[in-house]
Ligand binder design. Structure first.
Ligand code: MLT
Ligand code: MN
Length: 313
């Protein structure tokens, strides 16, 4: 299975258009070691020809331009795409806005939970995805799904599971408990090639948003080939510390890397071949490869995702 990181940053990207904090300034100035990152998305393929995209980032047009595998091949019809399916893990703007760029009467299959499909259905702008071309399929909150494109199975299967999270920012209801968060707002995925006799399962766990580490989650991912996990913030109160805002990671539905309940400590004893932080906010000091935080993360065995990162599982 081939994996491409299309966008390693969280919502806003790196640099964020209106951010003048030192990290965003450093990447704008091309300081050594600083890499610009687009917003949150990965792609996977079993055969290298047909691809599933996981989360449709507002930057998808630029991401396709940077990824030849996702462009029409030379011998393909005049209008075509290797992107046969799009799978959403929540309804956040950084994960759905790219759907609007995939509108040119091109067939693909769109997978999401009922909660996320209802959000798309309630926003008439998503009718630009003509149902004659884009089939919307519901993902169960638990279970295995064979991914299909318009011409058939992609040879990829996904296992869906709920993770602690939060309803999308633009859907928050301040009157309601947890701002109206409910089941299906945030899922994680196990992505693997469809079962082949005698072949070991190599699994990528893709969890770009997660608010807490639960025991059942640790058991589920244990033994996995690779985990790509929510790397939004290093410190829970990092937005306040850096002076750019007041929201904590927890308030945004994102578990911090550091601290006794953070992801570094919480996942330290889990058996994984690779562990990679993804969905990294522009305030996170790990974006400076020379920072103490980046060193600490690397010393704990984690990699920090970047756009164009390739994995072969
Ligand atoms: C998040 O991951 O918390 C969201 O993408 C924030 C946002 O809507 O920009
Ligand atoms: Mn996000």
């Amino acid at each position: 299975m081939k994996i491409r990181v299309l966008g390693a940053a969280a919502g806003g990207g790196f640099p964020q258009w209106n951010c003048n904090a030192p990290l965003s300034r450093a990447v704008r100035q091309n300081r050594p070691g600083f890499l610009a990152r687009t917003q949150s998305s990965i792609a996977a393929s079993a055969d290298g020809r047909s691809w599933a995209v996981f989360n449709a980032s507002p930057d998808i047009r630029e991401q396709i331009a940077a990824t030849p595998e996702l462009q029409p091949s030379a011998d393909a019809p005049l209008r075509s795409t290797p992107i046969k399916a799009v799978v959403l893990t929540n309804a956040d703007v950084d994960h759905i806005a790219g759907l609007l760029s995939l509108r040119e009467r091109e067939p693909f299959t769109l997978y999401a939970t009922r909660r996320v499909l209802d959000t798309l259905a309630a926003n008439s702008i998503f009718q630009v995805l003509n149902p004659d071309y884009v089939e919307r399929r519901e993902l169960a909150l638990e279970g295995e799904t064979e991914l299909h494109g318009p011409e058939g199975a992609l040879g990829l299967s996904i296992e869906t599971f709920s993770v602690p999270g939060k309803v999308a920012l633009f859907l928050e209801d301040p009157e309601k408990k947890d701002f109206g968060t409910s089941g299906g707002d945030t899922i994680g995925l196990a992505i693997r090639r469809s079962a082949h006799a005698g072949q070991p399962h190599k699994t990528l766990f893709y969890v770009p948003g997660c608010a807490a580490i639960e025991t059942a989650f640790k058991e589920r991912i244990s033994g996995g080939s690779c985990l790509m996990f929510d790397g939004t913030v290093f410190e829970n109160d990092e937005m306040a510390r850096t002076g750019v805002g007041s929201k904590t990671g927890a308030r945004m539905g994102h578990l911090a890397m550091s601290g006794p309940d953070g992801s570094l400590a919480g996942l330290a004893d889990v058996d994984l071949q690779r562990r990679i932080f993804i969905h990294i906010n522009n305030t996170n000091p790990v974006l400076d490869p020379h920072s103490g935080e980046a060193s600490a993360v690397r010393a704990a065995g984690w990699e920090i995702a970047f756009d164009g990162m390739e994995l072969e599982l």
